[in-house]
Write a protein that binds this ligand. Structure first.
Ligand code: MD6
Ligand code: FE
Length: 209
């Protein structure tokens, strides 16, 4: 397993999972799930997405992967990141600047996410922190090269995964979800939140303050 990957099984207990799900539903009422498309091919993702925080990750055929301040369908700014989400970042990320984007992925049964590296961020020193809710997912993580050996593990409801250090640029993805393995989400399926720092924090100014 690549150095810098941390899996915290069951980090959120059931009441915390319920509170976080309610916060996500409130975000989605303002910023509904949309279906991103692949750069160039225009093929739709099987995962549906939304975001909260100052920036959101989007993708479409014409302009590819990028961060935007507004929702691609409503044109409105992304809703604020729930307090609970930011608190997890401060408790676990070990990084001195706040997260700027929280990508919300929703997997209905049959959805998957191909092997990828998260590399659209200018700040590669900050870790990526993910939180899973609902049905179990089969997650894989390899190394910096697509051909590197992969490890598979289950991400269950309440689990947190952190990609830091050498693992920050490791290939990873979701092979499939296991429908019916959680009763947290009434309609079934799985939410995954990934918290990201996008821009490089300004260096502190010794003349300031
Ligand atoms: C998912 N996760 O769990 C997909 N990315 O649905 C990711 O792509 C991911 O778990 C960066 C850091 C942690 C992750
Ligand atoms: Fe990722």
């Amino acid at each position: 397993m690549i150095e810098g990957f941390r899996h915290l099984p069951g980090h959120l207990d059931r009441p915390a999972q319920e509170a976080l799900l309610a916060a996500i539903r409130a975000v989605l009422a303002e910023a509904p799930l949309f279906v991103p498309t692949m750069p160039r091919s225009g093929r739709p993702f099987s995962v549906q997405m939304s975001n909260c925080g100052p920036l959101g990750w989007v993708s479409d055929k014409a302009r590819g992967y990028r961060y935007e301040a507004c929702h691609p369908v409503t044109g409105q700014p992304w809703p604020a990141m729930p307090e609970m989400v930011t608190a997890l970042w401060w408790a676990l990320a070990g990084y001195g600047a706040p997260p700027e984007a929280c990508l919300i992925n929703y997997y209905a049964p049959g959805a998957r996410l191909g092997s990828h590296r998260d590399e659209d961020e200018a700040d590669m020193a900050a870790p990526l922190l993910s939180i899973s809710l609902g049905d179990e997912a089969v997650f894989h993580i390899g190394g910096r090269k697509r051909s590197d050996a992969k490890t598979r593990l289950t991400l269950a409801s309440g689990d947190i995964a952190i990609l830091a250090g050498p693992a920050r640029l490791a290939y990873h993805g979701i092979d499939r979800i296991r429908p019916g393995t959680s009763d947290l989400i009434a309609e079934g399926g799985r939410f995954n939140l990934t918290l990201r720092r996008v821009t490089q924090p300004a260096p502190c100014d010794p003349q300031a303050g």
